[in-house]
Design a protein around this ligand. Structure first.
Ligand SMILES: Cc1ncc(COP(=O)(O)O)c(C=O)c1O
Length: 383
């Protein structure tokens, strides 16, 4: 390809006529929110994960928020979170009036380090919130072991990890509760969407209530379950809930995307394998992936030598290759600084925050483009 015109996106969607047809069908049905497609999407997700119950919501942040509520986390309690994540992973703790307490990451996996979790547990700790960063499962055996010993709940943020596995088990079925995001750039993408999965029926029930204002009946069931004894009562409100409802268009996209997910993830794995071979001789560090983990390769973060990041990113950008940063450590953002979190307190996360570059990774990425990107990296690192 003529390199002048080449444009490689850092992430990309793969929609075709199936997604178009699915949304058109919903539009023609004129039932646009939380109806049959939502029920079907939840059923398909539960079947895909192979355990528990799944509740679809309007985005991954709502999923995390509802999951913490479902676990019963309260004001003044503490939740241990990783600093290397999207801000939503810690913000949801603040939504509850609880306190995010950061535990530093392992510099080789970029995931929360179980030893550091141990160090920050206090009598106020209610839960641990690991993130499977980039799609690499966190060390769940150790995290669940600590939680059991100390009487803590575990919510895993699986926004990056649909299709990932830990010791052969699907992410989404391992801890007390899991939260997924189906945002535009995710492996399963619906624009805006999310889901909670849990094996605990009473938590699932509470989350269903909280997703729609704490009401006992959804609009869909009010319109369709006309033989209910209490038909003369529209609904009761039994909790102070939210409007975190998913639309039928998103659910319909989710059903189609889920049917293609394993194929997408296979292509991501092949792209990763090629990158890994080609990057071997370069002075870059990739996540260490243990044998017991199946990575979903949502994004591809690599560490470049200290002081090289701008040079590398600008060189790639100049030649048509988009990159990103996953992530700037959460505690270093202005808002968290105002809350009193200290720069210098989490050295591994801060090292990653200075050195990480996210390279293009998606199901549309060609081998040719991976060779092209690696060629540019070689040039940039030699500059
Ligand atoms: C790790 C992580 N957690 C949570 C979220 C929040 O998901 P959403 O954007 O769907 O609200 C994201 C989203 O991008 C994420 O990457």
């Amino acid at each position: 390809m003529n390199d002048e015109k080449r444009r490689v996106l850092v992430s990309d969607l793969k929609y075709d006529q199936d997604e178009v047809d699915a949304v058109v069908e919903v539009l023609k049905s004129e039932w646009l929110t939380m109806g049959p497609k939502t029920i079907e999407f939840e059923k398909a997700l539960t079947e895909y994960l192979g355990a528990g119950d799944t509740i679809a919501v309007n985005n991954g942040t709502s999923a995390l928020h509802l999951a913490l509520l479902g676990l019963g986390v309260e004001r003044e309690q503490e939740v241990i979170v990783t600093p290397i994540s999207f801000v939503a992973s810690a913000n949801v703790v603040l939504y509850l009036g609880a306190k995010p307490v950061f535990a530093d990451v392992n510099p080789r996996s970029f995931n929360i380090d179980p030893d550091n979790i141990q160090k920050v547990i206090t009598e106020k700790t209610a839960a641990v919130l690991p993130v499977h960063i980039a799609g690499l499962p966190a060390e769940m055996d150790q995290i669940l072991g600590i939680a059991k010993e100390r009487g803590l709940k575990v919510l895993d943020d699986a926004a990056h990890a649909i299709g990932a596995k830990y010791r052969g088990k699907n992410i989404g079925t391992i801890s007390d509760i899991s939260a997924f995001s189906f945002f535009s750039n995710k492996n399963l993408s619906v624009g805006e969407g999310g889901a909670v999965s849990t094996g605990d029926k009473s938590i699932a029930e509470r989350i269903r209530l909280m997703r729609s204002h704490g009401l006992t009946k959804s609009t869909w069931s009010r319109h369709h379950d006309k033989d209910q004894e209490s038909y003369d009562q529209l609904y009761d409100m039994v909790e102070l809930g939210y409007n975190y409802r998913i639309t039928e268009m998103s659910a319909a996209l989710g059903i189609v995307q889920l049917s293609k997910l394993d194929g997408f993830n296979k292509r991501r794995q092949a792209a990763y394998n090629l990158y890994k071979d080609l990057l071997e001789t370069l002075p870059l560090e990739m996540q260490d992936i243990p044998d017991h983990a199946t990575h979903s390769h949502h994004v591809l973060p690599v560490l470049v030598p200290e002081g090289m990041r701008s040079k590398v990113r600008l060189h790639l950008e100049k030649h048509g290759v988009g990159t990103s940063i996953h992530y700037t450590p959460i505690h270093t953002f202005t808002y968290y600084q105002r809350l009193g979190y200290k720069i210098g307190s989490l050295p591994n996360a801060e090292m990653i925050g200075r050195r990480v570059v996210t390279l293009p990774m998606h199901q549309n990425l060609s081998d040719d483009n991976i060779h092209y990107i690696v060629g540019l990296l070689k040039d940039a690192l030699a500059l």
